[in-house]
Design a protein around this ligand. Structure first.
Ligand SMILES: [Zn+2]
Length: 239
C-alpha cells in the first residue's frame, strides 16, 4: 500500500513523499527544497532512501545534494537531462522500470515542458511533474506543441482511476482560464467551484485523477496539436 503526501514548497511547488507501508521505504519526488522533504519525512517517522526526478528545473532538483547528504538516498531521473542538474545516479529513458518499495514504476518520456521530461507510473499513481496539471499543463519551455499534445494524449490513456500527482498548485488559475475559455461547460464550472472552496480553506487541490482531467481539462481534451497550441498560447497571455 503506497501512501503519498504533498509537501508545499517554494512559492507553489509540491514535493511528494511516497511511502510504502509494506517495505518501510520512502521516496521523494522532485525535492526542490531539501529541508521541506527532510522535515516532512521526519515528522512521519520515515527515512528517504530514494529520489525520483521528473525534469531538470531547479525548483524540482535544487534539494538533491542536501537530501543525499542527509540520507544517502540514490537518485533516479532523466538520462537526457543528466548534464543539467547535480546528483543523478541512475539515468532513465522511456520504458525503463524502477523499483519503488514493493512496487515497480514504469518510466514514460513525456516531452514538451522540457525535452527530457519523464513521468513515473506505478501502482495506480502517476507522478507527472510539470507535464499535466489539475486543469492545465506545463509551459512549453523546450518542446513543441506537437510534443506536448502527444505527451498529454498518452497520459490520457491511463485508467480513469489513476491518481495524478502534479508538482505545482496552479489549479485555481487553470480553472479560471478554462471557465473563461468554455463558458457554460458543466464539468469546468463544477471543478472551479470545488477548487475555489479548497483554496479558500487553505487545502491542496491535488492530487487529481485521469477521469477528472479527461472530463474537465481542455488541454487533455484538445483534439489535435493545432487546437492544443492555440489553447496553450491563450493561457500564456491570460491574466
Ligand atoms: Zn518545470
Amino acid at each position: 500500500m503506497m501512501q503519498a503526501v504533498a509537501l508545499p514548497a517554494l512559492s507553489d511547488n509540491y514535493v511528494w513523499l511516497l511511502h510504502d507501508e509494506n517495505s518501510g521505504h520512502t521516496a521523494v519526488v522532485d525535492p526542490g527544497d531539501a529541508q521541506v522533504a527532510l522535515d516532512g519525512a521526519a515528522a512521519r517517522g520515515w527515512t528517504i532512501d530514494q529520489v525520483l526526478i521528473t525534469h531538470w528545473h531547479p525548483d524540482h532538483t535544487a534539494g538533491i545534494p542536501a537530501v543525499v547528504a542527509a540520507t544517502g538516498a540514490k537518485v533516479w531521473g532523466p538520462e537526457a537531462e543528466r548534464d543539467k542538474f547535480a546528483g543523478l545516479d541512475h539515468g532513465l529513458a522511456d520504458g525503463d522500470k524502477v523499483q519503488v518499495g514493493s512496487a515497480e514504476a514504469e518510466v514514460w518520456h513525456v516531452p514538451g515542458h522540457t525535452l527530457g521530461h519523464i513521468a513515473f507510473i506505478l501502482d495506480g499513481h502517476a507522478f507527472v511533474g510539470d507535464t499535466l496539471f489539475a486543469g492545465g499543463c506545463g509551459r512549453l519551455f523546450e518542446g513543441t506543441p506537437d510534443q506536448m499534445h502527444a505527451s498529454l494524449q498518452r497520459l490520457g490513456t491511463l485508467p480513469d482511476e489513476m491518481i495524478v500527482y502534479p508538482a505545482h498548485e496552479y489549479t485555481l488559475g487553470n480553472y479560471r482560464f478554462l471557465a473563461a475559455k468554455a463558458p457554460g461547460d458543466a464539468a469546468i464550472e463544477r471543478r472551479l467551484a470545488e477548487v475555489t472552496a479548497l483554496r479558500d480553506a487553505g487545502r491542496p487541490t491535488v492530487p487529481t485523477t485521469i477521469a477528472e482531467e479527461r472530463a474537465s481539462n481542455l488541454f487533455l481534451r484538445a483534439d489535435n496539436a493545432a487546437e492544443f497550441a492555440r489553447l496553450r498560447a491563450a493561457k500564456d497571455s491570460f491574466r
